[in-house]
Design a protein around this ligand. Structure first.
Ligand SMILES: [Zn+2]
Length: 303
């Protein structure tokens, strides 16, 4: 994928035909949003559960959420259980400081065969995805954009209750390098305030839309002024059925951070959020990885 911020800027501007595009075409993929691979294959893993096809072999208490690794819970979503993540490292590979320049990270240094899933923006609010994560308990990190989630902050609360943290992704999803410092600061600080108020905890991480400006001193300063203590990018970007890889060998590496989005059929060529996520898990599983919680590899600053 392109890591060229100017390219992203140009394609995004060209694609922003209407305000509608704001909520639906805010891809961070650097491919202009409309250039997702036109994959038409469907996989078994992509079939949503049908209402009447609940597995009968479940050994869990009726009504209780199945435990992680519970084959019946995974079978409900036409998936095989993902290998559980190893115990979190006692010595965190990433240690954040309370002040000063914030690090920019795209992966985590670890030999554990784990990857981290991040899901951005917040446009699609599919109740089935909440059901899926409640069943599977796959850890995610959410980077939410105020103007995209403010019509339904509540949607993300059950996802948060599963232990998934909510992080900062600006108020309006702009191209940050095009903004002066005061506007950058408003974008980050106002999202920080809204998310802190809504979800009761201040975001520790920030992701600039499109990854734009991540390595500029101005954006680093703006982030520092608003509270987040790291800028988080990614190594792979989930599309509809497969990932775009930055690495030439198109393989996951231990500690990679994967970008996905809250997207629905309009953005996914008819596929649903849960179908996209099932395919993401299948791609991770077939490469022999499990999914770990990003927070378990990051040491927060001493308060
Ligand atoms: Zn985004």
């Amino acid at each position: 994928m392109s890591r060229d911020g100017r390219s992203r800027t140009r394609t995004y501007a060209a694609g922003a035909l209407a305000l509608l595009a704001f909520a639906t075409a805010c891809g961070d993929n650097g491919d202009g949003g409309g250039a997702a691979p036109a994959a038409t294959k469907t996989t078994a893993a992509a079939s949503p559960p049908s209402g009447g096809a609940a597995p009968t072999a479940a050994a869990t208490t009726p009504g209780a959420a199945p435990a992680e690794g519970d084959a019946a819970a995974w079978a409900k979503w036409n998936l095989k259980p993902l290998a559980p993540a190893p115990a979190p490292p006692a010595d965190k590979p990433i240690k954040l400081e309370r002040t000063g320049t914030v690090p920019v990270i795209s992966d985590v240094k670890t030999s554990d065969k784990v990857v981290f899933i991040t899901i951005d923006d917040g446009a699609e609010k599919d109740p089935k995805f909440v059901e899926m994560l409640t069943d599977l308990k796959v850890p995610i990190t959410m980077f939410l954009t105020k103007d995209i989630v403010k019509n339904d902050y509540g949607y993300f609360k059950p996802l948060q209750a599963l232990g998934n943290h909510i992080q900062n992704h600006t108020v309006t999803h702009p191209v940050m390098s095009k903004l002066p410092a005061d506007k950058q600061k408003a974008e980050i600080c106002d999202d920080q305030a809204a998310l802190t108020q809504q979800y009761g905890t201040a975001p520790l991480l920030f992701r600039p839309p499109f990854g734009d400006g991540a390595n500029t001193p101005m954006l680093n300063t703006s982030v520092q002024q608003c509270g987040p203590r790291a800028i988080v990018l990614w190594r792979e970007s989930m599309q509809i059925h497969d990932m775009q890889y930055q690495a030439a060998d198109k393989k996951l590496k231990p500690g990679d951070i994967i970008l996905a989005h809250f997207r629905g059929p309009k953005e996914l060529k008819g596929a649903t959020m849960t179908q996209m996520f099932a395919d993401l898990l299948a791609r991770i599983q077939e490469q022999g990885f499990s999914v770990a919680r990003l927070d378990d590899y990051i040491q927060a600053p001493a308060s």
